[in-house]
Design a binder for this molecule. Structure first.
Ligand code: SAM
Length: 324
């Protein structure tokens, strides 16, 4: 029965490809300290290896969804070359998750290379809170990055807010209003006890349900249908004035979507992970030297069979090193 379920999910495979574990930000829930374990840039897959892997996955699974992530993907030089090459393979849903800092310079080039859409992290609109959560003073560039993505039609532009109780949760309404006014979809992400998020989790976890109840004082929510493999529970939202749009809640802790999870992750150094919550993974770099799509398919199936069946998190590696 479980094998049958995995077979169905594999037909909708969604690949999250990390191209670097470096990032200019130091989000408290994501990135270990500066001198931590994040200096493996020399071990990362080359663009050629990545394209070979994507081609094999496409051949065996009819890959239709690919998200490029990191670390911060836009710090890796020449990313537009990779995007151009995977776009030429005909993957219809080609997306990027970014902190947005470099988007003002790169949005147009990325769009031209074949990128379809972007998710941009935005945890706060207050420069002080932004700095305290992300270790960065680049809030203005991030907002310019959001506007650049909209101007280049990298739509839908989705904004990711990791909600941390006592730090930015009181700002959820302000961020939702900001997103609705710009025509972006805000996604409220529950803090996960992964990597450095573990410690913060003890004091900072806020469930999606609690947050929605708080927001319902100001906004009206009506549930939208979810599609297979979607991590977010989406709502039509209307706020003050004529502002309407949609928002999502990603509830990996309180209401996980494991049963429908179609995600496969590839770390920057070429490990394949079937489940974000579990400390596991299989190196595929060797297999890419003389690529055998059937051998890669076997590894994918093995990784997929390891999706968690309970609610625990045993992942100790930082999200920035896995690819969020
Ligand atoms: N640098 C890019 C960015 O800032 O979006 C992409 C990588 S980042 C790891 C991808 C996503 O993971 C971000 O939306 C981030 O907020 C989220 N994330 C990282 N650690 C998390 C944690 N412990 N709990 C929940 N979300 C987390």
């Amino acid at each position: 029965m479980i094998a049958f379920r995995h077979q169905t999910l594999l037909q909708e495979l969604s690949l999250r490809l990390s191209v670097t574990d470096h990032c200019q930000m130091r989000c408290r829930y994501c990135v270990p300290s500066l001198d931590g374990d994040m200096c493996r840039q020399t071990n990362i897959l080359t663009y050629e290896e990545i394209v070979t892997l994507v081609r094999c996955l496409q051949e065996r699974f009819d890959l239709r969804k690919l998200r490029i992530t990191g670390g911060e993907p836009l710090v890796r030089p020449g990313l537009e070359r990779l995007i151009g090459e995977v776009s030429a393979l005909g993957i219809p849903d080609l997306a990027l998750t970014t902190n947005g800092i470099r988007l003002p310079q790169l949005a147009r080039t990325l769009k031209k290379a074949g990128l379809r859409r972007v998710n941009i992290s935005l945890d706060s609109l207050s420069p002080d809170t932004f700095r305290s959560l992300t270790g960065s003073a680049a809030l203005r560039q991030v907002i310019e990055g959001i506007d650049a993505a909209l101007a280049c039609d990298l739509r839908p532009v989705k904004l990711n807010m990791v909600v941390v109780g006592g730090v930015n949760d009181a700002e959820a309404g302000e961020l939702l209003d900001f997103a609705l006014r710009r025509g972006c979809e805000l996604r409220f992400i529950e803090l996960m006890p992964i990597g450095p998020g573990r410690r913060l989790f003890e004091t900072g976890f806020v469930s999606s349900e609690a947050l929605r109840l708080q927001l319902e004082k100001t906004f009206e929510f009506s549930a939208l249908e979810t599609t297979l493999g979607s991590s977010a529970r989406r709502y039509r939202v209307s706020g003050a004035g004529a502002c309407t749009g949609s928002a999502g809640f990603i509830s990996a802790c309180s209401n996980p979507f494991c049963h429908d999870c179609t995600r496969l992750r590839v770390t920057a150094d070429g490990r394949l992970l079937g489940c974000l919550a579990r400390q596991s993974g299989y190196g595929v770099r060797e297999l890419l030297k003389s690529p055998d799509p059937a051998a890669i398919e076997r590894v994918v199936r093995r990784a997929f069979s390891e999706k968690r069946s309970d609610l625990t998190f045993t992942q100790h590696t930082a999200m920035a090193s896995i690819g969020g």
